[in-house]
Ligand binder design. Structure first.
Ligand SMILES: [Zn+2]
Length: 290
């Protein structure tokens, strides 16, 4: 009973964080300055935003609101689907008991529908599912970015999530990259998504030396703990604009209808003139290189 109550509380906290964070944050102005140094091998395939004021970690929320034409050619309005692979430090026993925090069918569907995507992975998830992490990381259709080691918040008061202790943020971020490396993920991206989407100036300052670009979103899919795929589909279709970043989840236990929603969202967005891109392409476009 105690376990059930605690589990329900944790799920609600995460659900609240995911549902409430889509409207926070400030409008990001695209930079034209050269990329900041990246923690992984830096190349034009890994564009980052220039640091913000006073060298703070830059925050990306969506790409340019382009109409999808380039040099007179119609190439499609870009939209990035992103999938958070959440797993917390204390969920190991639940995984051992059979709860599935992964979603292989979702990844299969993205491959079958030829949808490029960005997966924001926790280090803990990569430890639990190293074969899947490696397979996603080696697939050129996908890019893996950092979602912390174990989904602890980087601010106080983030919808009830436990917090990363002071002075440990960099170490937590780097621990996730170490977990990716151990799983055999090649070249993870220098992008970081704050657990719960919660950040403040202190967190942006603390991470500035890592060279990551923080990646938020402008469309909340509402897939966390949803049971109605149609509702998730509608919410995505209603929210997407050119350059949008959509946040969804790659974990069956906490987001059971995501794969079904993706099967509906993808053909409809294509019909509306959208093309799917990875976050790196939107960041490159924001830098004037896209
Ligand atoms: Zn998350």
């Amino acid at each position: 009973m105690i376990t059930l109550v605690r589990r329900a509380a944790a799920l609600c906290a995460l659900g609240a964080a995911l549902a409430a964070c889509g409207t926070t944050g400030t409008e990001q102005t695209p930079h034209s300055a050269p990329s900041a140094p990246a923690p992984s091998p830096s190349s034009s395939a890994m564009p980052t935003l220039a640091p913000g004021p006073a060298g703070l970690t830059p925050v990306f929320e969506h790409g340019p609101r382009t109409d999808g034409t380039k040099g007179g050619a119609r190439e499609g309005k870009p939209v990035a689907l992103t999938f958070d692979a959440d797993m917390t430090a204390d969920q190991g026993p639940r995984a051992a008991a059979g709860e599935r925090f992964d979603n292989p069918r979702l990844i299969e569907t993205l491959r079958r529908l030829k949808v490029p995507a960005t997966v924001f992975m926790t280090g803990r998830w990569a430890e639990e599912y190293p074969d899947e992490a490696r397979s996603i990381g080696r697939d050129p259709r996908f890019e893996i970015a950092n979602h912390s080691y174990s989904h602890y918040a980087y601010t106080d008061d983030c919808y009830g999530l436990p917090t990363v202790s002071e002075g440990r943020m960099r170490a937590d971020l780097e621990r996730a990259y170490s977990a990716f490396e151990k799983a055999g993920v090649p070249n993870p991206m220098p992008y970081f998504r704050f657990p719960g989407g919660c950040y403040d100036e202190a967190a942006l300052k603390e991470l500035s030396a890592t060279g990551v670009t923080a990646v938020q979103w402008d469309v909340v899919s509402g897939d966390a703990f949803a049971t109605d795929a149609d509702a998730v589909t509608r919410q995505v279709l209603d929210g997407v604009r050119p350059g949008s970043v959509v946040v969804m989840h790659c974990t069956r236990s906490a987001a059971p209808v995501t794969e079904e929603a993706v099967r509906a969202v993808v053909p409809e967005l294509r019909r509306r003139g959208y093309r799917f891109v990875r976050v790196s392409e939107l960041i490159g476009a924001a830098n004037g290189r896209g």
